[in-house]
Design a protein. Structure first.
Length: 332
């Protein structure tokens, strides 16, 4: 198996070694579109330095040269029509992975095994020809989203059961959060949608995003299922940590619970139209519409520092729409 820090192609069900970089400079009939590629990217210079202490690590150049080399590999695979995944290779997580699986981190096989784990469960994205700096920012964002989703699931694992009916609070919260997301997107209308969910659960602040698109009123809304599942998990964690009633009970859990707050903002863009921004607050298991002024304040306030942020131009700040069945986006 190829060292994952050198380009690695894959044929289902397991990856196969990629050709050496010099072999990729000319015609390569063996690189076919049905042979996907997995390319780990070591973003952090300290991570790169850590891996260079491994005798089996193949790269001896400095980190900027390594990134230039990696960008060339990514572009080469894409040029040959391959579906190429860029993966965020984190040295600390890699060490933890090797420890948990009782394997030696200083082998190409271990790095390749970790790469497969990243492709299946870790932060990654499809490479689409972007420059390496843009890709790094995207991978950092994807890693943050991944970590946020994992933290949400850890919080849900501790949610326990409803004291009245015994229902698992995590499952109930996930079900309710999924229905809330469906209600938001079902009534969002056509355009490109960006949702940002910020919640506090058990003292942890969670922020997650989701992009979605509906081209016409008759077409379904398209979004990444994994990203949607993470947003649902974050929303569910806030629900489970609050006094929200479970799906079988009509009254909140009488036991005191940690204070939980949440908000969901939705930005919609469409051709030849002003952007629209609206939102809701999470309270007792429901998303309650914000007023236009509250939407403006939420958008123009840094959630971490409280500093004022200038509003984006060409944007209408609208009150949140009703999420009860049959409601639609209010006509501006």
């Amino acid at each position: 198996m190829a060292d994952p820090t050198t380009p690695q192609t894959a044929t289902e069900p397991t990856p196969t070694p990629a050709p050496a970089p010099e072999a990729l400079s000319g015609p390569a009939p063996h690189l076919t579109p049905d042979t996907p590629a997995l390319i780990p990217v070591i973003i952090d210079p300290d991570d790169y330095a850590t891996l260079q202490t491994h005798h089996s690590f193949p790269h001896t150049t400095d980190h900027p040269a390594y990134l230039t080399h990696t960008e060339t590999l990514l572009r080469t695979h894409t040029t040959h029509g391959q579906h190429t995944l860029a993966l965020h290779f984190d040295a600390t997580h890699y060490t933890d992975f090797c420890t948990s699986h009782s394997i030696d981190p200083d082998t190409p096989t271990s790095r390749a095994r970790y790469t497969l784990e990243l492709a299946a469960h870790g932060p990654h994205l499809t490479y689409q020809g972007q420059d390496i700096d843009t890709l790094i920012h995207q991978l950092i964002d994807r890693a943050a989203q991944h970590a946020c989703g994992e933290l949400a699931h850890l919080l849900l694992d501790d949610a326990g059961s409803c004291k009245d009916c015994g229902q698992d609070r995590a499952n109930a919260a996930i079900d309710r959060a999924g229905r809330l997301l469906d209600a938001v997107l079902d009534r969002a209308g056509t355009g490109s949608h960006t949702l940002t969910c910020t919640c506090t659960a058990d003292g942890e602040r969670l922020t997650i995003g989701l992009t979605a698109e509906q081209e016409t009123p008759d077409t379904p809304t398209r979004f990444d299922d994994t990203d949607a599942a993470r947003l649902v998990a974050v929303l569910a964690a806030a629900l489970a940590a609050s006094n929200a009633p479970c799906t079988r009970c009509t009254t909140p859990d009488p036991e005191p619970a940690p204070r939980s707050t949440g908000a969901l903002l939705l930005r919609t863009t469409a051709p030849h139209a002003r952007d629209r921004l609206t939102g809701w607050r999470l309270l007792q298991g429901h998303l309650h519409p914000l007023t236009a002024a509250e939407v403006f304040d939420a958008h123009c306030t840094n959630p971490f520092t409280g500093d004022v942020i200038p509003p984006l131009p060409h944007t209408d700040f609208l009150p949140g729409y009703d999420l009860t069945p049959g409601s639609t986006w209010p006509t501006p």
